[in-house]
Structure formats: C-alpha cells, structure tokens
Design a protein around this ligand. Structure first.
Ligand SMILES: Cc1ncc(COP(=O)(O)O)c(C=O)c1O
Length: 395
C-alpha cells in the first residue's frame, strides 16, 4: 500500500457534501451551483465539429505522448499571439490531458524527496498542487496570499533554508480563488529566486484568457521580454477548459525549458497519458481561434458587472483582475453562511477555508467565500440577491 495516500486531505467538494448533510433546500427550487470552477458557457460549435469528425479515425490508432505536430504548432502559434513569445513546437511544448493531470505529473517528474523535498505553493490553492506533492513523498510549504500581499504568495515568509530545499514553486496567475494577477516585477522576483536557489517555476495559467480588461502577463512573456529565451527553470501550464468552455475534452499544454520538457516526456511515455487523437484535432481548432474567447470574456464581464454591486451592499468585494471568481470577505461564519444559503435558496458556494491551510499567521482564507460565476447571467443575479438577503437576515 502507498502510505502517502493517507496524507491526502479531503477534497473541498467532499467537505461541502458533509456540510450539507441533512440540509434540505426549498422544495421545487432550482439549484444554482457556483461552487465548482466548471465553465458552463456553450462550447464553440467548430471545436465539437472537429472533435466529432476525428473520432472514427482516432479510435483506430494509438496516440503518442508527444502529440501531433499540428497541435504543438497551434499551441506555439497561440503563445506567439498571446504573449509575443516564441517557443519551439518540436522541443518546448507538450500536450496534457487538462492541466490538472499535467500539474500532477510534473511533480512526479521533478521531485526526488531525499534531495530537495519541498514544493512551494500559494495558500489558498488548487488542491492538486498539494496532493501531487504528498503523493511524491515531498513536503508542501504554503505561501499565504492575502490582501496584505495583493493576494500574491508572500515571498518574504519563506526562510533561506526553505528556499534552498525547494525543488518546485507552483504559482497560479490569474489566481484561483483570488483572481489576482502577478505583474512583471513580481514574475521577475520569482525568476531571480529560482536562479538563486535552483528550483523550477510551474506557472499554472489556466485562467489566462478570462479577464475583464487587461490581458494578464504570463511567464513565457516575461522571460521573452528579459531575453531569457531558453525559459530555463520555467514551465507554463495552459488549458482549453476555461478558455474554450470544454472542460470535458481534457486538453491543455505545458511549455518552457526544453530540458525539463525532455524529462517530462520521458516520464509521460511510461505513465501512458497520450492525448486522444480526436481531442488533439479539436484542440488545434480551439487554439487557432481567438474570437470565441473575446465573446466568453464579454459574458463573464456582464456577470461581474451585475453581481458585484449587489454583493457590495453587504460584503467587501471587488471585481478581480482576471478569472471567473469572486472572493468576498464576509462578516459571518462562512460555513454557516454557505449552509444557510443552500437551505434558504438552493444556491451552492464554497467557504474559502476549504481551499486553504491554516499556518502560523492563521487562515489566509478566513471570512472568505469563493463564488464561481459559471452559471447563466440570470442565475448569477438570482444567487447574488439570495446572498444579499441572507446577509441582511443574519445581521
Ligand atoms: C488553478 C487551476 N489549475 C488547474 C485546473 C485544472 O484545469 P484543467 O485540468 O481542466 O485544465 C483548475 C480547474 O479548475 C484550476 O482552477
């Protein structure tokens, strides 16, 4: 038995199920789920069409871990358009079946627990970073992201000794759950630390194309701007799930340091996680198109514009720099609020603390809710009214 499995924490949604045990929403009410980060806008028709067309052909052959050259080229073309960065489609990019499995696999590729056993990550965070670390037999170290640090990992909280023991640093920009974006100065600081202490930067940028106004700067872009064109110690993760509303086809890619890519490919060849052919063909269509992304952003923009003023009446809340999450600070117990919201209005949200770990400085997600604006505009507005009404009732 792999005893590392015992170290895993319950997933946030298991905790939510437990919180709702024995609670009944009003009979006949329509459920509105804003808890999970699963996009629900309509997937682009041309992507589904490409997928369907390729199914029969793809079913008859094994795909390879390296992926089709057409796909790697579509990914590098997108990187060029989005970040003005040039990556080699043959050596600096690899497909992953969604960033989730890529994030997991990277830790297994890079971490040798006896050597540099620490993996750094933001707190709160996407729980795969931690699970992958624990299953690799390594040690997660959490960097709080609070209002005091502009919701970016507190680099000053890490000791010299911990930096030296670090193999990998997960950063998430735009951030889940805060929606915060790392600016160029912050990226450069992380790059300097990576060079000084010799660790790899794993940049989870799966929300890179969900933003209201200004496109978030990315790791590959900053590297290019400062002439770091070998992307040494850098790996960026990108996904079609949020960008193109296709979380079910499982498609993303990693790009960066070619030496790391080589090792990653070696690991993946044995792991057996080649992307199915039809997914690759559909992904080529999706990465090659930006028009549907602009429409997607507009729709999220509409929801932020309508929901935020309603919540502002009762909570401290702002439209984030990017992502589709709101991260309000509320003056009530967040579990009680979440439970009562479900009970009174059949609206499901997530207590922020389900995404964080409490450290010496306390819980960085204390008093926070994560509200995922993935439902329709109407449902998001209905949910916002229900939250406002409950907050008033709890005064
Ligand atoms: C921060 C973050 N990273 C990665 C993922 C995984 O995305 P996917 O595997 O669909 O690409 C998610 C999904 O919600 C996420 O929030």
């Amino acid at each position: 038995m792999n005893t590392h499995i015992d170290k895993l924490y319950p997933y946030p949604f298991e905790r939510l199920d437990q919180l709702f045990t024995g609670v009944q929403p009003p009979t006949g009410s329509k459920p509105i789920s804003l808890s999970i980060g699963e996009p629900r806008h309509t997937p682009p028709g041309f992507v589904l069409e490409a997928f369907n067309k390729a199914l029969a052909d793809g079913a008859a052959r094994y795909p390879v871990a390296k992926g089709l050259s057409e796909l790697r080229e579509a990914c590098s073309d997108w990187v060029q358009r989005r970040y003005a960065a040039q990556i080699c489609p043959n050596t600096e990019v690899l497909p992953v079946n969604g960033t989730r499995e890529g994030l997991f696999a990277l830790v297994q590729t890079l971490v040798t627990p006896g050597d540099k056993p620490v993996v750094l990550m933001p707190n709160p965070f996407y729980q795969i970073y931690e699970g992958a670390t624990l299953l690799a037999g390594a040690e997660p170290v959490y960097l709080d992201t609070t209002a005091a640090t502009d919701y970016l990992p507190d680099l000053d909280s890490v000791s010299e000794e911990t930096w030296k023991r670090s193999a990998l640093f997960f950063v998430c920009s735009p951030g889940n759950p805060t929606g915060a974006v790392m600016d160029e100065t912050y990226w450069q600081r992380v790059l300097e630390l990576a060079d000084r202490y010799d660790f790899v930067i794993a940049a989870d940028e799966c929300y890179a194309d969900i933003y209201p106004e200004k496109a978030p700067v990315g790791l590959l872009e900053v590297c290019t701007k400062i002439g770091r064109t070998d992307f040494k110690r850098c790996i960026a993760f990108h996904s079609l799930s949020k960008r193109s509303n296709v979380p079910g086809i499982r498609s993303g890619f990693v790009a960066g340091d070619r030496d790391l890519m080589k090792r990653f490919l070696a690991y993946r060849t044995y792991h057996g996680c080649a992307m199915p052919f039809a997914t690759q063909i559909a992904s080529v269509a999706a990465w090659n198109d930006d028009a549907h992304v602009a429409e997607n952003c507009k729709l999220y923009g509409k929801k932020f514009a309508q929901v935020t003023p309603i919540l502002k009446e009762v909570f401290e809340v702002d439209i984030p720099a990017a992502s589709f999450y709101l991260w309000p600070l509320i003056p009530y117990d967040t579990e009680e609020f979440t439970r009562r919201l479900y009970e009174s209005a059949n609206v499901i949200i997530l207590p922020g603390s389900y995404l964080s770990r409490t450290g010496p400085a306390g819980d960085p997600a204390a008093g926070r809710l994560r509200i995922s604006l993935v439902a329709s505009v109407e449902d998001c507005v209905t949910a916002a009214h229900a939250m406002r009404d409950l907050a008033i009732a709890m005064r």
